[in-house]
Design a protein around this ligand. Sequence first.
Ligand SMILES: [Zn+2]
Length: 179
Amino acid sequence: MVNYLKRYRIPFSGLSLGTHDFEFDIDKAFFDCYEYSIIKNGNLNVLVNLHKQENMMVLRFHITGTTTLTCDVCLSAFEAKTDIEERLIVKFVDEDMAESTEEIIVLAKHEHELDIAGLLYEYINVHIPHYIKCSEQGDNIKCDETVLAKLNGLTSKQEETKQTDPRWEALKNIKYNQN
Ligand SMILES: [Zn+2]
């Protein structure tokens, strides 16, 4: 699995100063490498435009294609159009002293390649919408009516029992905070 991710590396040490383009593909095999990935499947193309300078590199990522999302409402899986743009700055330093931040990665001068698998994983997962619904992210699809009907039956029952004392809610919060 780790071996599979080796293809998501950019060997930059031999590159001349200036811009260079790289292309990668992401599919199920990629997501399979990440046990805790919320996205389990997708079909994405990654274009990386790398601008190499004397002491740094600026990388622009453009990730397009589809990811398989699970609807929060009817729980069915569907393909959602995905279009993600990210930028990353890589700085070269003499020692591994400086710390990397979210947008700036610091690499020691002797490094020769940039592993972008983790970055791609992060970019894709960070862009998962907070609220996923067939009709929102899907392409001309609607929620599964039969599932909705069943779920509606369940939630109305749940709501009847949900009318609890606010003091009890406060106690529950305390309990969870102790963990
Ligand atoms: Zn749905």
